[in-house]
Write a protein that binds this ligand. Structure first.
Ligand code: NAP
Ligand code: HSE
Length: 442
């Protein structure tokens, strides 16, 4: 009893997936039951890294998702359209879907999961976050007895590679970005990676799983790493931190039982203390630290991208579905005839979570100012911060460049809205040339 796979896309992830399907030895025995039945691509003439019979290929991807023989559609083509329409059409035709497409899931999750639950189908997405790192299914299954309160991740490999090289070599952003593109880590258009959008898609997915509700992507606060300079990395180092692009999803503390629950969901470069477990996650590696009650801290670490690692996650999802289909074909169905879905694998929530505005975030900040090197400047900064109830942990004047002084401050925990108001006032001071950077501190 085999399971027919309709593969949409034979690029980096699709090729890795096919390599596993064609080489089942010493893997789970169920891999032998998976039959690669159709492969949808854009170009039939392109040389491929795997050798497959020519009659498997088609450029008509709709014919795959509507083919009655196909059991599981594997969407690894990427992009928003036609990926969204093909996933929906596959579900409408009774297929189960495996996808690596975080961009489509973060934007169209509601539509896709409602369609799947109505049709009695699964949409599994382990590969969409953290590449080869198992984190989606652990959040859905292995950790589901916990009350999760924080998910903190380094979930974009390209930006982690760039920041690691900047840290290790004192290099500037633009020169390392060029290398990341040359090595194939960053896309030709690296916007989604360096501006934090890819990490925002991924943390929206993780937050939804951790907190059992949908996340409106437009409410996820998102800053990328373009503004992180070699100077900030050097100051952070002296202060005992490394700078990482963190994606954070956290339950806000409820001050009273009547207060509605709110989440923080945000992506931004962050000063991470060197002793923190995420500080040593370097290069293209990803890691996700989950904190819950009663489990405590659990960290998932591994390769966040790449052909083999991402395919590992894709094929595990296919196997999960194949295993359930095996049971279902044995006869387990609901009274109305639709398949009985495993509640730990299917999407189990419909409501949207309330996201707190970024102004209400309470955190520590690092800021760097270029000012006149004249007496009283530090005093003026301190007075302004004090007036906005921003308490300072340290103020250092580390450098003088000509007539310019460079002043670095680190705050205690303060409300972000207050800190921003203080910065706006400081920007307009005659003795201050600019606020060169502002970063949050973990
Ligand atoms: P890729 O290398 O660009 O491959 C895309 C494949 O889809 C190609 O085979 C392409 O056909 C096909 N395709 C794209 N648009 C098509 C269309 N309109 N009609 C027909 N075929 C089409 O992409 P990838 O890196 O494998 O990524 C695939 C998905 O996995 C994306 O959602 C990505 O975000 C996600 N993902 C990737 C990684 C990674 O490390 N690469 C990690 C995690 C998740 P041709 O070959 O004919 O051009
Ligand atoms: N561009 C992504 C990254 C690929 O750099 O992490 C994996 O999702």
């Amino acid at each position: 009893m085999g399971f027919k796979i309709g593969l949409l896309g034979l690029g980096t992830v699709g090729t890795g997936t096919v390599k596993i399907l064609l080489d089942p030895a010493q893997r789970h025995p169920l891999v032998r039951d998976l039959e690669l039945y159709r492969v949808g691509v854009r170009s039939l003439d392109k040389p491929r890294a795997v050798s497959l019979p020519a009659d498997l290929f088609t450029t008509d991807l709709e014919s795959i998702v509507t083919d009655p023989a196909v059991d599981i559609v594997v969407e690894v083509m990427g992009g928003l359209e036609p990926a969204r329409s093909l996933i929906l059409k596959a579900i409408a035709h009774g297929k189960h879907v495996v996808t690596a497409n975080k961009a489509a899931i973060a934007r169209f999750g509601e539509e896709i999961f409602e369609a799947a639950s109505e049709a009695g189908g699964y949409v599994l997405l382990e590969a969409a976050v953290g590449g080869g790192i198992p984190v989606v299914e652990p959040l859905k299954q292995s950790l589901c007895s916990n009350r999760i309160h924080t998910v903190t991740g380094i979930i974009n490999g390209t930006t982690n590679y760039i920041l690691t090289r900047m840290q290790q070599e004192g290099a500037d952003f633009s020169e390392v970005l060029a290398d990341a593109q040359r090595l194939g880590y960053a896309e030709a258009d690296p916007t989604a990676d360096v501006d934090g959008l890819d990490a925002a898609d991924k943390i929206a997915i993780l937050a939804s799983l951790a907190f059992g509700g949908r996340i409106n992507l437009s409410e996820v606060h998102c800053e990328g790493i373009r503004q992180v300079s070699a100077a900030d990395i050097a100051y952070a180092e002296k202060l005992g931190f490394v700078i990482k692009l963190l994606a954070v999803a956290k339950r806000n503390p409820q001050l009273s039982a009547n207060e509605p629950e709110q989440l923080q969901v945000r992506v931004h470069p962050t000063l991470v203390p060197k002793a923190h477990p995420l500080a040593s996650v370097n290069d293209v590696y990803n890691a996700i630290l989950v904190e819950g009650d009663p489990v405590g801290q659990v960290m998932f670490f591994g390769p966040g991208a790449g052909s083999g690692p991402t395919a590992s996650a894709v094929v595990s999802d296919i196997l999960n579905i194949a295993a359930l289909l095996k049971v279902e074909r044995g006869g387990v169905r609901q009274a109305d005839g639709t398949p009985l879905l495993d509640p730990l694998l299917a999407c189990s929530h419909q409501h949207y979570c309330a996201i707190a505005p970024i102004e209400d975030l309470t955190t520590r900040f690092y800021a760097r100012f270029l000012t006149m090197d004249t007496p009283g400047v530090i005093g003026k900064l301190g007075t302004c911060f004090g007036e906005h109830r921003v308490s300072l942990e340290s103020v250092v004047q580390t450098d003088v460049r000509g007539s310019q002084a460079e002043i670095v401050v680190v705050t205690h925990d303060v409300r972000e809205g207050n800190f921003r108001q203080a910065l706006n006032e400081i920007r307009s001071m005659d003795s201050v040339s600019c606020v060169a950077s502002m970063l949050r501190v973990l």
